[in-house]
Write a protein that binds this ligand. Structure first.
Ligand SMILES: NC(=O)C1=CN([C@@H]2O[C@H](COP(=O)(O)OP(=O)(O)OC[C@H]3O[C@@H](n4cnc5c(N)ncnc54)[C@H](OP(=O)(O)O)[C@@H]3O)[C@@H](O)[C@H]2O)C=CC1
Ligand SMILES: O=C(O)C1=N[C@H](C(=O)O)C[C@H](O)C1
Length: 241
Protein backbone atom coordinates (compact mmCIF):
# COMPACT_ATOMS: atom_id res chain seq x y z
CA UNK A 1 0.00 0.00 0.00
CA UNK A 2 1.29 3.49 -0.90
CA UNK A 3 1.22 6.09 1.87
CA UNK A 4 0.59 9.62 0.60
CA UNK A 5 1.11 13.04 2.13
CA UNK A 6 -1.18 15.68 0.60
CA UNK A 7 0.11 19.27 0.72
CA UNK A 8 -2.70 21.74 0.06
CA UNK A 9 -5.20 19.30 1.53
CA UNK A 10 -7.80 21.97 2.38
CA UNK A 11 -7.94 23.21 -1.23
CA UNK A 12 -10.16 22.08 -4.09
CA UNK A 13 -7.59 19.68 -5.58
CA UNK A 14 -6.25 18.58 -2.20
CA UNK A 15 -9.78 17.57 -1.21
CA UNK A 16 -10.09 15.55 -4.41
CA UNK A 17 -6.77 13.82 -3.63
CA UNK A 18 -8.03 12.95 -0.13
CA UNK A 19 -11.24 11.46 -1.61
CA UNK A 20 -9.25 9.38 -4.12
CA UNK A 21 -6.90 8.07 -1.42
CA UNK A 22 -9.86 7.18 0.78
CA UNK A 23 -11.56 5.27 -2.05
CA UNK A 24 -8.49 3.34 -3.28
CA UNK A 25 -7.45 0.14 -1.51
CA UNK A 26 -3.86 0.60 -2.77
CA UNK A 27 -3.48 4.10 -1.23
CA UNK A 28 -3.52 5.32 2.35
CA UNK A 29 -3.23 8.80 3.84
CA UNK A 30 0.01 9.59 5.66
CA UNK A 31 -0.68 13.26 6.39
CA UNK A 32 -2.76 16.23 5.18
CA UNK A 33 -1.00 19.61 5.22
CA UNK A 34 -2.27 23.15 4.72
CA UNK A 35 -0.83 26.64 5.12
CA UNK A 36 -0.51 26.30 8.90
CA UNK A 37 1.26 22.90 8.83
CA UNK A 38 4.95 22.21 9.26
CA UNK A 39 6.45 20.58 6.16
CA UNK A 40 8.03 18.03 8.55
CA UNK A 41 4.60 16.38 8.66
CA UNK A 42 5.23 14.90 5.20
CA UNK A 43 8.31 12.98 6.34
CA UNK A 44 7.90 9.19 6.24
CA UNK A 45 5.30 9.15 3.42
CA UNK A 46 6.02 7.02 0.32
CA UNK A 47 4.84 9.87 -1.93
CA UNK A 48 4.04 13.56 -1.43
CA UNK A 49 1.51 15.27 -3.69
CA UNK A 50 1.60 19.04 -3.93
CA UNK A 51 -1.52 21.09 -4.78
CA UNK A 52 -0.71 24.49 -3.32
CA UNK A 53 0.04 27.83 -4.96
CA UNK A 54 2.67 28.70 -7.58
CA UNK A 55 4.62 30.75 -5.00
CA UNK A 56 4.46 27.96 -2.35
CA UNK A 57 5.16 24.92 -4.53
CA UNK A 58 8.94 25.52 -4.95
CA UNK A 59 9.42 25.42 -1.15
CA UNK A 60 7.39 22.20 -0.85
CA UNK A 61 9.25 20.55 -3.73
CA UNK A 62 12.68 21.62 -2.45
CA UNK A 63 11.88 20.32 1.04
CA UNK A 64 10.61 16.97 -0.29
CA UNK A 65 13.58 16.42 -2.61
CA UNK A 66 16.13 17.48 0.02
CA UNK A 67 14.48 14.94 2.34
CA UNK A 68 14.98 12.19 -0.27
CA UNK A 69 11.25 11.86 -1.02
CA UNK A 70 9.20 11.18 -4.18
CA UNK A 71 7.01 14.19 -4.98
CA UNK A 72 4.15 14.54 -7.45
CA UNK A 73 3.70 18.19 -8.40
CA UNK A 74 0.22 19.26 -9.52
CA UNK A 75 0.60 22.95 -8.77
CA UNK A 76 0.91 25.28 -11.76
CA UNK A 77 3.70 27.80 -12.39
CA UNK A 78 6.53 25.40 -13.26
CA UNK A 79 8.17 26.63 -16.50
CA UNK A 80 11.00 24.66 -18.14
CA UNK A 81 13.44 27.21 -16.70
CA UNK A 82 12.27 26.59 -13.12
CA UNK A 83 12.37 22.83 -13.67
CA UNK A 84 16.10 23.10 -14.45
CA UNK A 85 16.60 24.00 -10.77
CA UNK A 86 14.63 20.91 -9.73
CA UNK A 87 16.84 18.78 -11.96
CA UNK A 88 19.96 20.19 -10.28
CA UNK A 89 18.57 19.46 -6.81
CA UNK A 90 17.65 15.92 -7.84
CA UNK A 91 21.19 15.30 -9.08
CA UNK A 92 22.48 15.70 -5.50
CA UNK A 93 19.54 13.76 -3.98
CA UNK A 94 19.48 10.63 -6.17
CA UNK A 95 17.02 8.73 -3.94
CA UNK A 96 14.40 11.47 -4.49
CA UNK A 97 12.17 11.92 -7.57
CA UNK A 98 9.85 14.63 -8.92
CA UNK A 99 6.87 13.87 -11.15
CA UNK A 100 5.59 17.19 -12.49
CA UNK A 101 2.16 16.96 -14.12
CA UNK A 102 0.89 20.27 -15.56
CA UNK A 103 -2.48 18.61 -16.23
CA UNK A 104 -3.79 15.28 -14.86
CA UNK A 105 -6.61 15.00 -17.42
CA UNK A 106 -6.12 12.42 -20.18
CA UNK A 107 -7.97 14.67 -22.66
CA UNK A 108 -5.67 17.57 -21.92
CA UNK A 109 -2.60 15.34 -22.29
CA UNK A 110 -3.86 14.30 -25.75
CA UNK A 111 -4.77 17.88 -26.67
CA UNK A 112 -1.19 18.99 -25.98
CA UNK A 113 0.20 16.06 -27.98
CA UNK A 114 -2.12 16.84 -30.91
CA UNK A 115 -1.07 20.49 -30.77
CA UNK A 116 2.61 19.48 -30.95
CA UNK A 117 1.80 17.28 -34.00
CA UNK A 118 -0.08 20.09 -35.74
CA UNK A 119 2.63 22.63 -34.94
CA UNK A 120 4.93 21.11 -37.56
CA UNK A 121 2.51 22.17 -40.31
CA UNK A 122 1.40 25.65 -39.16
CA UNK A 123 3.51 28.69 -38.37
CA UNK A 124 0.69 30.72 -36.80
CA UNK A 125 -0.84 29.64 -33.51
CA UNK A 126 -2.52 31.23 -30.49
CA UNK A 127 -3.81 29.63 -27.28
CA UNK A 128 -7.02 30.73 -25.55
CA UNK A 129 -7.43 29.23 -22.09
CA UNK A 130 -10.37 29.79 -19.72
CA UNK A 131 -10.62 28.83 -16.05
CA UNK A 132 -12.84 29.33 -13.01
CA UNK A 133 -12.77 32.75 -11.37
CA UNK A 134 -10.87 31.42 -8.32
CA UNK A 135 -7.73 30.58 -10.28
CA UNK A 136 -4.98 32.87 -9.01
CA UNK A 137 -2.41 32.49 -11.79
CA UNK A 138 -2.31 33.20 -15.51
CA UNK A 139 -1.50 31.96 -18.01
CA UNK A 140 -2.36 28.42 -16.91
CA UNK A 141 0.44 25.87 -16.44
CA UNK A 142 -1.19 23.76 -19.15
CA UNK A 143 -1.07 26.61 -21.67
CA UNK A 144 2.58 27.28 -20.86
CA UNK A 145 3.41 23.58 -21.30
CA UNK A 146 1.46 23.47 -24.60
CA UNK A 147 3.31 26.53 -25.90
CA UNK A 148 6.65 24.99 -24.92
CA UNK A 149 5.76 21.69 -26.65
CA UNK A 150 4.70 23.57 -29.79
CA UNK A 151 8.05 25.40 -29.80
CA UNK A 152 9.94 22.10 -29.35
CA UNK A 153 8.00 20.52 -32.22
CA UNK A 154 8.98 23.39 -34.52
CA UNK A 155 12.69 23.28 -33.71
CA UNK A 156 14.77 22.90 -36.86
CA UNK A 157 11.95 23.90 -39.24
CA UNK A 158 12.88 26.54 -41.85
CA UNK A 159 10.08 29.00 -40.97
CA UNK A 160 9.75 30.47 -37.49
CA UNK A 161 6.45 30.99 -35.68
CA UNK A 162 4.91 34.31 -36.69
CA UNK A 163 5.81 36.39 -33.63
CA UNK A 164 3.11 37.82 -31.35
CA UNK A 165 2.85 41.60 -31.16
CA UNK A 166 3.56 43.61 -28.02
CA UNK A 167 0.01 44.74 -27.26
CA UNK A 168 -1.62 43.74 -23.98
CA UNK A 169 -4.84 42.53 -25.59
CA UNK A 170 -2.91 40.22 -27.96
CA UNK A 171 -1.94 37.94 -25.06
CA UNK A 172 1.28 37.04 -23.23
CA UNK A 173 3.84 35.47 -25.55
CA UNK A 174 5.35 32.24 -24.15
CA UNK A 175 7.89 30.30 -26.25
CA UNK A 176 6.72 32.37 -29.26
CA UNK A 177 3.01 31.57 -28.76
CA UNK A 178 0.50 34.24 -27.63
CA UNK A 179 -1.67 32.99 -24.74
CA UNK A 180 -5.00 34.64 -23.85
CA UNK A 181 -6.42 33.93 -20.37
CA UNK A 182 -10.08 34.20 -19.38
CA UNK A 183 -11.24 33.83 -15.74
CA UNK A 184 -15.01 33.41 -15.30
CA UNK A 185 -17.54 31.84 -12.96
CA UNK A 186 -19.24 28.85 -14.59
CA UNK A 187 -16.08 27.52 -16.25
CA UNK A 188 -13.86 24.77 -14.81
CA UNK A 189 -10.99 24.59 -17.33
CA UNK A 190 -10.95 24.95 -21.10
CA UNK A 191 -8.21 25.35 -23.69
CA UNK A 192 -8.36 26.05 -27.41
CA UNK A 193 -5.17 25.89 -29.46
CA UNK A 194 -5.95 27.68 -32.73
CA UNK A 195 -3.66 27.20 -35.73
CA UNK A 196 -3.95 29.47 -38.76
CA UNK A 197 -2.84 29.19 -42.37
CA UNK A 198 -3.78 31.14 -45.49
CA UNK A 199 -6.98 29.21 -46.29
CA UNK A 200 -7.81 27.19 -43.18
CA UNK A 201 -7.72 27.06 -39.41
CA UNK A 202 -7.43 24.12 -37.04
CA UNK A 203 -8.70 24.29 -33.44
CA UNK A 204 -7.75 21.71 -30.84
CA UNK A 205 -10.27 22.17 -28.07
CA UNK A 206 -10.39 20.56 -24.64
CA UNK A 207 -12.99 21.16 -21.95
CA UNK A 208 -12.88 20.01 -18.32
CA UNK A 209 -16.45 19.98 -16.99
CA UNK A 210 -15.59 19.22 -13.34
CA UNK A 211 -12.28 18.76 -11.53
CA UNK A 212 -13.03 15.01 -11.26
CA UNK A 213 -11.52 14.85 -14.77
CA UNK A 214 -8.13 14.83 -13.02
CA UNK A 215 -8.86 11.71 -10.91
CA UNK A 216 -7.39 8.96 -13.12
CA UNK A 217 -4.26 10.96 -13.82
CA UNK A 218 -3.70 11.60 -10.11
CA UNK A 219 -3.98 7.89 -9.28
CA UNK A 220 -1.60 6.95 -12.12
CA UNK A 221 0.95 9.57 -11.07
CA UNK A 222 0.91 8.44 -7.41
CA UNK A 223 1.48 4.81 -8.42
CA UNK A 224 4.22 5.82 -10.88
CA UNK A 225 6.00 8.08 -8.37
CA UNK A 226 6.81 5.26 -5.92
CA UNK A 227 9.30 3.75 -8.38
CA UNK A 228 10.26 6.98 -10.17
CA UNK A 229 13.80 8.29 -10.52
CA UNK A 230 14.95 11.82 -11.38
CA UNK A 231 12.58 14.27 -13.08
CA UNK A 232 9.47 13.21 -15.01
CA UNK A 233 7.40 15.88 -16.77
CA UNK A 234 3.89 15.35 -18.10
CA UNK A 235 1.21 12.66 -17.82
CA UNK A 236 2.31 11.25 -21.21
CA UNK A 237 5.58 10.12 -19.59
CA UNK A 238 3.59 8.38 -16.84
CA UNK A 239 1.08 6.58 -19.06
CA UNK A 240 3.78 5.46 -21.50
CA UNK A 241 6.06 4.03 -18.79
N1 LIG B 1 -2.12 19.56 -12.54
C1 LIG B 1 -3.44 19.61 -12.65
O1 LIG B 1 -4.08 18.81 -13.37
C2 LIG B 1 -4.19 20.62 -11.87
C3 LIG B 1 -3.50 21.58 -11.20
N2 LIG B 1 -4.16 22.52 -10.49
C4 LIG B 1 -3.31 23.46 -9.77
O2 LIG B 1 -3.25 23.05 -8.41
C5 LIG B 1 -3.03 24.18 -7.60
C6 LIG B 1 -4.07 24.18 -6.46
O3 LIG B 1 -5.34 24.41 -7.02
P1 LIG B 1 -6.64 24.47 -6.10
O4 LIG B 1 -6.76 23.23 -5.28
O5 LIG B 1 -7.76 24.85 -7.00
O6 LIG B 1 -6.27 25.69 -5.12
P2 LIG B 1 -6.93 26.09 -3.72
O7 LIG B 1 -6.76 27.56 -3.60
O8 LIG B 1 -8.29 25.52 -3.60
O9 LIG B 1 -6.00 25.36 -2.63
C7 LIG B 1 -4.72 25.82 -2.29
C8 LIG B 1 -4.19 24.98 -1.14
O10 LIG B 1 -2.84 25.38 -0.88
C9 LIG B 1 -2.71 25.47 0.53
N3 LIG B 1 -1.61 26.36 0.88
C10 LIG B 1 -1.51 27.70 0.70
N4 LIG B 1 -0.34 28.15 1.20
C11 LIG B 1 0.30 27.05 1.72
C12 LIG B 1 1.54 26.86 2.38
N5 LIG B 1 2.37 27.89 2.63
N6 LIG B 1 1.88 25.61 2.78
C13 LIG B 1 1.06 24.56 2.55
N7 LIG B 1 -0.15 24.68 1.92
C14 LIG B 1 -0.50 25.92 1.52
C15 LIG B 1 -4.05 26.03 0.98
O11 LIG B 1 -4.18 25.85 2.40
P3 LIG B 1 -5.09 26.85 3.33
O12 LIG B 1 -6.48 26.31 3.23
O13 LIG B 1 -4.50 26.70 4.69
O14 LIG B 1 -4.92 28.22 2.75
C16 LIG B 1 -4.97 25.13 0.17
O15 LIG B 1 -5.09 23.88 0.79
C17 LIG B 1 -3.09 25.39 -8.52
O16 LIG B 1 -1.79 25.77 -8.88
C18 LIG B 1 -3.83 24.87 -9.74
O17 LIG B 1 -3.49 25.55 -10.90
C19 LIG B 1 -5.52 22.55 -10.43
C20 LIG B 1 -6.26 21.62 -11.11
C21 LIG B 1 -5.65 20.57 -11.89
O1 LIG C 1 -6.39 25.91 -11.52
C1 LIG C 1 -6.93 25.04 -12.25
O2 LIG C 1 -8.15 24.78 -12.20
C2 LIG C 1 -6.08 24.30 -13.18
N1 LIG C 1 -4.79 24.50 -13.17
C3 LIG C 1 -3.83 23.85 -13.98
C4 LIG C 1 -3.17 24.82 -14.93
O3 LIG C 1 -2.80 25.92 -14.51
O4 LIG C 1 -3.00 24.47 -16.10
C5 LIG C 1 -4.40 22.63 -14.67
C6 LIG C 1 -5.81 22.78 -15.16
O5 LIG C 1 -5.83 23.65 -16.24
C7 LIG C 1 -6.71 23.28 -14.05
Amino acid sequence: MISVSVVGATGRMGQLALELIDADANLKLHSALNSSSSLDQMLGADVVIDFTLPEVSPTVVEFAISSGMKVVVGTSGWSELKLMEVKKLLSVNPEAAAVVIPNFSIGSMLGTQFAAMAAKYFDQVEIIEAHHAGKVDSPSGTAVRTAEQIAHARQGLPSRLIPGVDQAARGEVIAGVPIHSVRLAGISAKQDVVFGASDETLTISHNVLTHRAYSNGIRLALEFAVGAKGLTIGLDQVVNS
